[in-house]
Write a protein that binds this ligand. Sequence first.
Ligand code: BGP
Length: 488
Amino acid sequence: MSFPVDFLWGGATAANQVEGAWNVDGRGPALTDVTTGGTVDAPRLITAIDKDGRHFTLTRGEKLPEGARYAVLDEYYYPNHNGVDEYHRYAEDIALFAEMGFRTYRMSISWSRLFPRGDEKEPNKEGVEHYRKVFEELRKYNIEPLVTIWHFDTPLYLEEHYGGWNNRQLIDFYVRFATTCFTEYKGLVKYWLTFNEINNTIMFFGPKQDRSNAGYTAAYQQLHYQFVASAKAVQIGHAIDPENMIGCMICGITNYPATCDPKDILANRHTWEKNIFYCGDVQCFGAYPTYAERLWKEHNVELDITEEDLVDLMNGTVDMYTFSYYMSSLVTTHKVKDMVSGNFSSGARNEYLTYSDWGWALDPDGLQYYLEMIYDRYQIPVMVVENGLGAYDTVEEDGSIHDDYRIDYYRKHIAAMEKAIDNGVDCIGYTTWGCIDLVSAGTGELRKRYGFIYVDVDDEGKGTYARSRKDSFFWYRNVIATNGEDLG
Ligand code: BGP
């Protein structure tokens, strides 16, 4: 049997994508609360008011002009405001996870629910109590919580008044938030992830962003502050409870050279270094890798890195490497005729693969490749904490949902993970993305569904929010019950 007996089977969500209740019980806003819905080809917009009171919009990564402020505007709908109402329905949802046999549930804590502005000295009690109840509910069913401390949700106040992660002070605010989590939930939670997909800052450095040397410097600087914040959190987490197992979380895209031109092979290696290894190396090895100098030189990047930071990085290495995996990507130095595009995906089309409706390359072998590559490099426990298929689902007249495409996707990816485990990779868990339908991070859509559990709500927030079981629900329940032996 390939899967270890205590393998952590489960599912994953993020606070801002499921909870809703965006302004309830003292919660402060995050950037997602001023972000509209989008589609596969229309980007989500961030709404704001300029200094003369005029309404305008920005796209992700664009800087807020002087004197302007982010604002919730009446003429727009904001899907994250309601999410799938998990804030009020968590007990019902956890009961459904338990019915599937989940051994773990990955979720995140909304920073602005605990610290509404982000710079307060004391946390918001109602926020703290909310998550305590959620963790207790999970424990009732022996479901091990796996908690992401930061999942794309820096409090809006910190973005506006401190310049977000461009500001070194964010390290202290984050550390206070993380310390509160470790202290309050000691004994309830032992698996933690410091930053979700920390490498996105560099990997998805979008065309709308400032691509000057200053823009690159800012991106690398933000990352550095996050690395230090993560390393400090790891040290504090270990001091508060030596049982804590704290991981990094990387957006895992498997890159392949598109041709056998040595230039492509080299470009592919450099893509791995910049997009994938740069963050993993700092967080797992505790120091910047040799090629960091090369990356910085490319854009004349000079960073604010202190001696003390370097000591923190060395003392705050993670206990496990976790990552999301959705797709692979081709790297080439040649002109590309056939391009793929979708949210978060672009580049040359791989003729050996098929693509999701959102343009994501479906590639289970890429998961095996990634697992083996990463474990070979770091030799610490790894976990696949996101993997899933965003797809359109159809509800039949009798209410059933036959999502065989999703089952097929999971069957292949779990089999690929199993091969990596057979080949010696110490993979300790697997949490599928969006075990319950949720708001897409990339497009803000609800119809881009990931769940085993269907939620009756559309892109405009209309619906009963009632939960129902898709075919994949029963399939996954059997996978867990047989510890991955029967993939049906
Ligand atoms: C990852 C994020 C998740 C999630 C997922 C699917 O990048 O960590 O928050 O949403 O991708 O992406 P999307 O929601 O755009 O389909």
